[in-house]
Design a protein around this ligand. Structure first.
Ligand code: HEM
Length: 531
């Protein structure tokens, strides 16, 4: 007995010594690297925590990094030492270096991205995949999102936008509160569902179970992460697992029905005929196999389901968030609204049915909405929605402005676009909502705008997203006046790099869930514009 106790005490002493040695080595390694003031005991944990506390609950890390970089006047590449609570991070806030290091090289996604997204999407999703497996997924899915394919989708997008317009109209009394996050997410979900299944879901009219389940999965997963109580975690996990089962069952049934149709009726899955994602995935499975497989391999089925979930998430949340922030910014900028209205009537019409007819006949006309395009770009400059986290392709060192900086295999490389997109050195007067800055902007300057990331892992849905968002603005801005409901502007700005919260209150700060989301569901009072 006492021998076992001695052994355990010795083991604990050895482990404690190893930990202390590791701790000292780790903190020493960071002491002289570029970054905010480093504390031997806390690393950068204290600074990170103190900065986080400046914001309302669940702030997005990009706003925290911007605040730290701003306050300590940090260089364009620096380190954050969050060990043992987080990984060591190499932060890039220099857009030229991001261009050189991220755009032109093929850095893999960091494993932490999978740790972050897999509990929501399941394993093997395209967003976090790497290597030949990612390439296969990319080649399978990307044809659904080419520019040509986007314009083929526009008549469907137009119909969904018209529905959105009519639904808003029903509540345009100036007294009812409309939660834009909920309303737009249904619209975006209908559009991405059409891309995935080739059929219409009509979630705008009656919120679909699939969308409800997706919302529940995300909400419960982040509630689990933000509670310490094991009992609460268990309860939330049950709700999340139930929602996952229901969503997967719904996707599985559509997948199997289509698979049977392909087998029984020998449906044509040739490239040009079928470009919904479901068919592209099935084409990858059945093509080349003769005779065609009679049943679906469970591994393939799980890959297909998880990637359809990924499309749901990537295709609806991001567009919803961006449009919510666009409407928020527009509500305080009547001069921008006037210019949008002028462009919409000049290029299209001030009659909803006519707009739809034009879009059905000539979807490419959306390309003429230059100012609308700039409004969306400006929104994404101030409120970027997504970020990437990469692993080094060659660990060792990187060179930044003549300095050799160490790079461990486990370091996560984070280009934080928010920081440079809100920097006066890159975008003058960055706290001003000024879409004109993008009109006629040169290619070199445009490289600093990277809300869709750039390079081989950039967003495959960006063309659809941009045209879809333009269409939504086209169907709303000239018809409705929007007033943010229940704003509580802050008397003093919370941080030094923005005064937006003195207009929009804490809604000016994005919340960190899967992406950088709006707070409070973005409630608006909607009134018809008197023509
Ligand atoms: C405003 C709208 C959108 C924004 C700001 C956005 C942003 C991004 C960003 C920053 C990435 C890179 C993420 C990373 O490296 O971890 C990404 C990847 C991706 N996005 Fe989007 N996205 C938007 C809309 C869409 C839409 C409509 C779809 C359609 C399904 C989509 C599908 C994807 C996919 C599949 C990837 C992973 C691509 C790959 O790794 O090969 N996104 N997006």
């Amino acid at each position: 007995m006492s021998l076992t106790l001695d052994f355990l005490i010795s083991l604990l002493a050895i482990l404690a010594t190893i930990y202390v040695v590791k701790f000292i080595r780790h903190r020493r390694a960071f002491a002289h690297l570029p970054g905010p003031p480093h504390d031997f005991l806390w690393g950068h944990l204290k600074i990170y925590g103190e900065t986080q506390a400046l914001f309302p609950p669940l702030p997005h890390f990009q706003a925290i990094i911007t605040t730290i970089a701003h306050k300590h006047r940090l260089p364009g590449v620096f380190y954050m030492d969050l060990w043992p609570l987080g990984p060591e991070q190499l932060i890039i806030t220099d857009p030229e270096f991001a261009n050189e290091y991220i755009t032109t090289r093929r850095l893999p996604k960091h494993a932490l991205q999978a740790d972050f997204l897999d509990p929501i999407l399941g394993k093997g999703n395209i967003i976090v995949a790497n290597g030949t497996y990612w390439k296969r997924l990319h080649d399978m899915i990307a044809p659904a999102f080419t520019v040509a394919r986007t314009f083929k989708m526009i008549s469907q997008v137009a119909q969904e936008c018209e529905t959105f317009h009519h639904l808003l109209n029903e509540h345009a009394t100036g007294l009812e509160v409309v939660h834009f996050e909920k309303a737009i997410s249904a619209l975006a979900f209908d559009i991405i569902s059409k891309s995935i299944f080739g059929t219409i879901i009509s979630s705008q009219k009656r919120r679909s179970d699939d969308l409800r389940n997706l919302d529940t999965i995300v909400k419960e997963e982040f509630a689990i992460r933000n509670t310490w109580s094991p009992l609460t975690k268990r309860r939330l996990n049950r709700a999340k697992e139930q929602a996952i089962r229901s969503l997967e069952e719904s996707i599985r049934s559509k997948l199997r029905t289509r698979f049977d149709a392909v087998n029984i009726h020998d449906v044509d899955l040739s490239y040009k005929q079928n470009l919904c994602i479901l068919d592209l995935i099935l084409r990858d499975y059945v093509q080349g196999d003769s005779p065609r497989p009679k049943t679906m391999d469970p591994q393939f089925e799980s890959m297909a389901i998880n990637n359809i979930k990924a499309m749901f998430l990537a295709g609806s949340g991001t567009v919803t968030d961006t449009l919510c922030f666009a409407f928020m910014l527009l509500s305080a900028h009547p001069e921008v609204v006037s210019k949008l209205r002028e462009e919409h009537t000049r290029v299209f019409s001030s009659d909803v049915a006519t707009i739809t007819k034009i879009l059905e006949a000539e979807p490419q006309r959306l390309k003429q909405l230059d100012y609308t395009n700039s409004v969306i770009m400006e929104t994404l400059r101030i409120y970027p929605i997504g970020n990437t986290g990469r692993a080094p392709d060659v660990p060792g060192f990187i060179n930044y402005k003549g300095q050799q900086l160490p790079l461990k295999p486990e370091t996560i490389i984070c280009p934080v676009q928010h920081t440079w997109q809100m920097s006066p050195d890159v975008f003058p007067d960055p706290d001003k909502f000024f879409p004109e800055r993008f009109i006629g902007m040169g290619k070199a300057e445009l490289n600093a705008w990277r809300p869709f990331e750039r390079g081989y892992r950039s967003c495959i849905g960006q063309s659809l997203a941009m045209e879809e968002m333009k269409a939504v603005l086209l169907y709303t801005v000239q018809f409705f006046d929007l007033v943010c409901h229940d704003l509580k502007p802050n008397k003093e700005p919370r941080v030094s790099w923005t005064k937006m919260d003195m207009v929009f209150g804490d809604r000016a700060f994005q919340e960190f869930l899967t992406e950088a989301k709006p707070r409070d569901g973005m409630p608006f009072l909607v009134k018809q514009v008197i023509q």
